[in-house]
Write a protein that binds this ligand. Structure first.
Ligand SMILES: Nc1ncnc2c1ncn2[C@@H]1O[C@H](COP(=O)(O)OP(=O)(O)OP(=O)(O)O)[C@@H](O)[C@H]1O
Length: 269
């Protein structure tokens, strides 16, 4: 089966005007995400998580190395077309929808991978899928509610439903639980775990600062430090005290509870 992501020796650098030299944001990253795998992407502030997500999401090309996303080599394909095949949930996207769109309308924009509602390209099948997804994520009674009146937790589940409209083979979740209260976080994580159970071919990558925000469906993790991979592999090996201590450069103690993770670190100062 074609991997959802296949990165080989990926490096990415940008010109740093302050120091008048190239600055490496990613260094020699090798990473393969297969269908049905659910990865966590962890690392300290500035480690390169967003940069790596931008490669995975077909936003940026690597400066060196090769990146195949859903079987297409970045640099050889139309990135805009490729992006329509990737589901993305990120808080920044949420701001675009605050114009009295209903929850259902926001989900329907996912059918055309657009910010605006393309009524001419939406039919009964799309409406049924949008309602089904909202119901599946506990927002079945919110279809007609203005999106900007929904709680932060409901909005995140609405964005998740939107990202799933086109049945993406790759779903990228960028800090999906940020700003959610405890019940909101748990509802979101349950929704993500539902996808893992019901869409066995979908691969997911979740960026988070807190292992407590990882769904129990997480199968693998990649740990970044200064743009380089510290560890990558099965979750039970990588989301562990040793690798996370190396990743954050400070002693970290990891525990498991009910299939989820808990971590404590020593204060950085
Ligand atoms: N366009 C750019 N030009 C130069 N440096 C950049 C650029 N984009 C990001 N950086 C730098 O690259 C490093 C990695 O940034 P990135 O946003 O990928 O980290 P991150 O792991 O997502 O961090 P955080 O957890 O704080 O969101 C940071 O030091 C950042 O300042």
């Amino acid at each position: 089966m074609t991997p959802a992501l296949d990165l080989s020796s990926v490096s990415l650098w940008r010109w740093d005007p302050e120091h008048q030299r190239e600055r490496h944001l990613l260094r020699d990253v090798d990473w393969t995400v297969r269908p049905g795998e659910h990865w966590a992407l962890l690392g300290a502030n500035g480690a390169g998580k967003t940069t790596l997500m931008n490669v995975a999401g077909a936003v940026h090309h690597p400066s060196a190395g090769t990146a195949d996303v859903l079987g297409s080599r970045l640099g050889r394909v139309d990135l805009r077309e490729l992006r329509t095949r990737i589901g993305l949930v990120e808080a920044r996207a949420a701001r675009a929808f605050r114009q009295r769109m209903t929850a259902e309308q926001v989900v329907l924009t996912g059918a055309t991978a657009s910010i605006a509602l393309r009524r001419d390209r939406i039919g009964a099948a799309e409406r049924e899928r949008a309602r089904g997804l909202l119901a599946r994520f506990g927002c079945g009674d919110k279809t007609d509610r203005p999106y900007d009146e929904c709680s932060q937790g409901e909005r995140q589940r609405i964005l998740l439903a939107r990202a799933l409209m086109r049945r993406p083979a790759l779903l990228l979740l960028d800090e999906p639980a940020t700003g959610l209260d405890l019940p909101g976080r748990e509802a979101l994580l349950a929704a993500v775990a539902t996808i893992a159970a019901e869409e066995p071919a979908t691969a997911t990558v979740t960026v988070t600062h807190h292992v407590e925000e990882l769904p129990s469906s997480t199968t693998h993790a990649l740990l970044l430090r200064d743009g380089a991979v510290v560890a990558a592999g099965p979750a039970h090996e990588t989301i562990a005290s040793g690798p996370l201590s190396e990743c954050f450069g400070t002693p970290v103690v990891v525990d498991r509870l009910g299939g989820r993770w808990l971590a404590r670190a020593e204060a950085a100062w």
